[in-house]
Design a protein around this ligand. Structure first.
Ligand SMILES: Cc1ncc(COP(=O)(O)O)c(C=O)c1O
Length: 437
């Protein structure tokens, strides 16, 4: 095997190589053995317009022919990059009026973490550097973004440097509520725990809090009632910036343009990628509020330059694709379509709630999680579904479903019927031993 595969056991990969995809059509992909799969997770939550969108392909080709590359360093830029920045500033909520482009989600998060430092230095408060992140968060695989990630498997073996991350509890009512605790009371407890952490560490040492509005790779965890309201009140009291990691949720995934709008977040910084280009080209963006931008601009002016950037950040081909993706989203009335698809998926999943093997069914737009009681049955269901032609994703005991946003009624019915049949079969042929999340 010439490739060192991400999030894969390299030794197991020697005997069980990957399923190699060769082509895509609509919501489906076909492997080199000719098997076609309905990809119910859009690759990695990202192929929002499926795998054969002619308009995105034409946008990429047109830009490749016109100007295949230019950068945004030292007084230069490219036309689609300028246009995309302006378009995003017009779409983004609140005073997120500035964007910085990268290629990956991890780069956007690393940039956000660096800007937190830069901002507080510029404001004359150099000790305000630490960032609070949550258990079960996924923020990427760079040095800082992996440190902010709350999964131990992203830390093990890497000896990540201490970049001053403080950790607080995940917003999972299902897993972490105390007996008799209401959702709202649970949210208030999480906010009190956060405040205690801040007071213990000293608010003057903490620059920002980072969170996914809806946790994705940590198990599809929509926020409990009142969570973001309570958390933001604490952050405001201690003058701590909020970074909304909207790398999965940005551009429609939860049924709003941005999940921050849906859940009432007012972030100072917001990361985006995935749906931004429908994954047809690697592109990420960090949105920056006026207040943060102005302080950074003043600080950079004093220092002589803003010393941060990536050769391929804001690549004109990616920006042309993103502009076309946004045009398609606007034409299709993205939030309305996603909420319509979401209601359809929710109705289809409803019967699973009474299945004794199922612990929970949860949804936020077109992010859904079906959590089972037994992680081994989850793994078996995943395998069975794959043999029946539907790709799901296992996260602990949960099966994630996040289809392309163009998924049809028939495809939703197919995903859920294959999931139900696979679960039934996995439960009958229950693997030995019991493992619970
Ligand atoms: C919420 C979130 N943040 C950051 C990232 C990292 O993005 P990338 O894999 O593009 O570096 C991901 C990737 O799944 C993500 O889900």
């Amino acid at each position: 095997m010439a490739q060192l595969y991400p999030f894969t056991d390299p030794v197991a990969a020697r005997t069980h190589g990957p399923t190699v995809m060769m082509s895509g059509e609509g919501c489906c992909v076909t492997d080199t053995d000719g098997h076609t799969y309905l990809d119910a997770v859009s690759g990695l939550w990202c192929a929002s317009l499926g795998f054969s969108n002619d308009r995105l392909i034409a946008a990429a080709e047109g830009q490749m022919r016109q100007l295949p590359y230019y950068h945004s360093f030292m007084g230069r830029s490219a036309q689609p990059t300028e246009q995309l920045a302006a378009k995003m500033a017009s779409l983004l909520p609140g005073d997120l009026n500035h964007v910085f482009f990268g290629c990956s989600g991890s780069e956007a998060v690393d940039t956000a973490a660096k800007l937190v430092r830069y901002y507080w230095n510029a404001r004359g408060r150099p000790n305000k550097k630490r960032i609070i992140a949550r258990d079960a968060a996924y923020h990427g695989s760079g040095i800082i973004s992996a440190s902010l990630t709350g999964m131990s498997y992203c830390h093990d073996g890497f000896d990540l440097p201490d970049v001053a991350v403080l950790r607080t509890g995940r917003p999972s009512y299902l897993h972490d509520a105390k007996p008799g605790e209401t959702e709202r009371a649970f949210s208030c407890r999480r906010a009190r725990e956060l405040e205690a952490l801040i007071e213990q560490a000293g608010a003057d040492t903490i620059g920002a809090f980072i969170g996914e509005p809806v946790i994705g790779s940590g198990g599809v965890l929509p926020p409990p009632d009142g969570y973001w309201e309570e958390i933001q009140a604490v952050l405001a009291r201690h003058d701590i910036l909020l970074i909304a990691d909207e790398i999965i949720t940005g551009f429609g995934r939860t049924g709003a343009w941005f999940a921050s709008e849906k859940y009432g977040l007012k972030p100072d910084l917001m990361t985006m990628a995935k749906q931004l280009t429908g994954a047809y080209f690697p592109l990420s963006a960090l949105a920056i509020s006026d207040r943060v931008h102005d302080a950074i601009a003043a600080g950079a002016h004093d220092l002589g330059t803003f010393g941060h950037g990536f050769t391929y950040g804001g690549h004109p081909v990616g920006c042309a694709v993103a502009l076309e993706a946004i045009a398609i989203y606007e034409e299709m009335d993205l939030p309305a379509v996603v909420m319509d698809r979401s209601r359809m998926l929710e109705a289809a999943l409803e019967p699973l709630k009474s299945n004794p093997a199922v612990a929970d069914v949860r949804l936020a737009g077109l992010m859904a999680g079906v959590e089972l009681h037994d992680k081994k049955i989850t793994a078996q269901t995943l395998r069975e579904a794959e043999t029946r032609g539907v790709l799901l994703r296992q996260i602990g005991a949960t099966l994630a479903i996040s289809p392309p946003l163009i998924v049809s009624d028939e495809e939703i019915a197919q995903i859920v019927s294959v999931l139900s049949d696979s679960l039934a079969n996995a439960t009958i042929h229950k693997p030995a031993g019991k493992e619970t999340a």
